[in-house]
Design a protein around this ligand. Sequence first.
Ligand SMILES: [Zn+2]
Ligand SMILES: [Zn+2]
Length: 146
Amino acid sequence: MPPDADTHQTNITGRCYCGAFSLRASRPQVVTFCHCIDCKRITGSPLPAFAAFNLGDIVFSPSAGQERTYPTGVHRWSCDQCGSLLAAQFPYLEGQTYVPLGLIDQAADLPPTLHCHADAAMPWLPKDDLPRSAGSGRNQLRRAKT
Ligand SMILES: [Zn+2]
Ligand SMILES: [Zn+2]
């Protein structure tokens, strides 16, 4: 059996800005906004959004790029050519890989369902009816694990 002949759907695709790194994955466990200052700075966006995948449900090609561990315990990967953030893993969200939603080709069909760190949201953002977590939302995010 070929190594990737598994039962997972691989209908999600994505890539960095320059295309040197790509990904394919099955449906994410959860898609969320994160308004924390760390996510804003690391992405450069005032409204960062991420899709969370089970570790075994996402494959990067040829790899997830250059790994950085800042701060200690947080792992992030980025393209060493164009600089796009490709993936992040957090010690308090074990077993999940977070991908910036903007990398994903099907992002238009993957609306976020949660606001994390909602207290830090930009005051000029239009309000919606999604659940809002004042903190990291880690309980909701962990519960989304399958
Ligand atoms: Zn790139
Ligand atoms: Zn965040």
